[in-house]
Design a protein. Structure first.
Length: 59
């Protein structure tokens, strides 16, 4: 995504400035949510949106 932009570093900085925790998520952080949803621990969870975005969509 960034590499296709005219100024990739400026795009990255702009996105980081808008992010509540000032960093991008790591693949393993998303994987933890996926693993939980696929486990028996989430057996009572139905029809829910679970954003794993570090609070980005909360703004």
């Amino acid at each position: 995504f960034f590499a296709s932009r005219e100024d990739p570093e400026a795009v990255r900085r702009s996105l980081m400035e808008r992010h509540p925790i000032n960093r991008f998520g790591k693949p393993e952080e998303v994987a933890e949510a996926v693993l939980w949803l696929a486990s028996d621990s989430s057996s009572f969870v139905t029809g829910v949106a679970l954003p794993v975005d570090g609070g980005l969509t909360a703004w």
